[in-house]
Design a protein around this ligand. Structure first.
Ligand code: 5GP
Length: 253
């Protein structure tokens, strides 16, 4: 059997050539990285959970008319997606101060923001994904002003949808990162939500207890990452029937 062609390998996912032109297969790895890959681990079952959770969020967004690259889930770790030209920006939406914003401005973690705040980082691992103003984005041709207006509108719709869904299961959406892709149709392009939406790219806090249910569990050594992601999947009703994460046998002396 011919080996399929690998198009790109990132920190958490691999992209393979898809079965039809204009499609790709997105494979979710178990690898976890933080602090620009300074901290690394393989977390059994993470890829399976993120595949399911990203499918859940992307199909939910599509059902309210937000375009995404998602076509269908193929198996436990893979989904079929539209091939897009990724805009080299991380689009971050914040509802509460946390992470790099809280640090930069000396704000208390969890302080509510007056309105959702959108910021852009330039996607470059070597530079540590630096925060960039709109002026740079337009001047360097990464996106046009029209693109940016459309990206902001998309990001706010994603935020409203995700905040509502998470609130319904007792989880606060503190912030998240999305990536946007272009799909070309002759000389015109349209923008779609691409990459993944999962607890790897969001901050999710239990509303009652404040418990973290996202990648900060790994970044800050707060316990089991799979337990946290499994809890999010369980509350959303998207727990896969045969999760690879099972309690390990304990040796009893
Ligand atoms: P911060 O700028 O506070 O570190 O991150 C803001 C939000 O964007 C968090 O939810 C964080 O998980 C997400 N985020 C920022 N950069 C990355 C990245 O390179 N990869 C992923 N998966 N998420 C990111």
């Amino acid at each position: 059997m011919a080996r399929r062609k690998k198009i790109y390998e990132g920190k958490a996912k691999i992209l393979y050539e898809g079965p039809e032109p204009g499609t790709l297969v997105q494979y979710f790895k178990d690898d976890a990285t933080a602090f620009n890959a300074e901290k690394k681990a393989v977390i059994e079952g993470k890829g399976v959970l993120n595949n399911r959770l990203s499918e859940f969020f992307m199909t939910g967004l599509q059902s309210i008319g937000v375009p995404t690259h998602f076509i269908k889930r193929l198996n436990m770790r893979e989904q079929l997606v539209r091939q897009v030209e990724i805009i080299p920006l991380e689009v971050i939406v914040r509802n509460f101060a946390a992470g790099s914003m809280a640090k930069r401005l000396g704000m208390e973690e969890g302080a509510p923001l007056p309105r959702p705040i959108i910021e852009f980082s330039y996607k470059d691992d070597k530079l540590g994904d630096p925060l960039v103003p709109e002026e740079y984005i337009i001047a360097f041709g990464w996106a046009s002003q029209q693109d940016l207006d459309d990206i902001v509108a998309l990001a706010l719709r994603v935020n409203d949808f995700m905040s509502g869904v998470m609130h319904g299961v007792g989880i606060k959406l503190v912030d998240f990162k999305i990536e946007i892709g272009r799909i070309w149709d002759n000389d015109f392009h349209r923008l779609v939500v691409a990459d993944e939406i999962s607890p790897d790219s969001c901050r999710l806090w239990d509303i009652e207890s404040g418990q973290k249910l996202d990648k900060d569990v790994f970044r800050k050594d707060l316990g089991s990452l799979t337990d946290a992601y499994t809890e999010v999947a369980r509350r959303l009703g998207v727990l896969p029937s045969n999760v690879t994460h099972r309690p390990r046998p304990t040796l009893i002396n």
